[in-house]
Design a protein around this ligand. Structure first.
Ligand SMILES: [Cu+2]
Length: 168
């Protein structure tokens, strides 16, 4: 008989009374079972958590005024300005952090008007009915996409002279 087997074999009883060493061994076996069960539970919870994370991935960025997700020019300041540049805006696709003050320059030639809410996010530039003929400053506190356009050279659907602000 190999020595390892001899070592692992413990009779449950010695002379009709339970062997205390055997009981210890059984406790250890039970402990191993508990650890295994714990690991299985952890793995299950982990998988469920990962699946929950997967379903919580943010919705794709809506394309507004032709701005694709990769087109956004990131500006890491607390106040920034978008100005007309010919028949377009500069920057046309602007990305800022929430809480940034954004000024859009309007003029008699390029009255600026905000688009309606996108994905339920209210656009503070929308209340400029007919288009602002001067610079308008708004603080964008809620993440989302905010569209705007020139009422002379663009439209509500983002055609022509229009732009988008992505707030993260
Ligand atoms: Cu214009």
């Amino acid at each position: 008989m190999p020595p390892s087997r001899e070592k692992s074999y413990i009779a449950p009883c010695i002379n009709g009374t339970p062997d205390p060493q055997a009981r210890v061994l059984q406790k250890e076996k039970f402990m191993i079972f508990k650890i295994l069960a714990g690991l299985i539970i952890l793995a299950t919870v982990g998988v469920e958590f990962a699946q929950a994370q997967e379903t919580q991935t943010p919705a794709p960025i809506p394309i507004v005024a032709g701005c694709q997700p990769g087109d956004y020019q990131s500006v890491l300041v607390c106040a920034t300005t978008i100005a007309p540049s010919g028949r377009t805006y500069s920057p046309k696709c602007l990305k800022v952090q929430r809480g940034t003050q954004v000024t859009i320059v309007g003029s008699a030639i390029h009255p600026v008007q905000g688009m309606g809410p996108i994905n339920g996010v209210q656009n503070p530039f929308t209340d400029i009915r007919g288009g602002a003929v001067e610079a308008v400053t708004k603080t964008l506190s809620e993440p989302g996409v905010y569209g705007y356009f020139c009422t002379h050279h663009g439209d509500e659907n983002g055609n022509g002279m229009a732009g988008a602000i992505l707030v993260e």
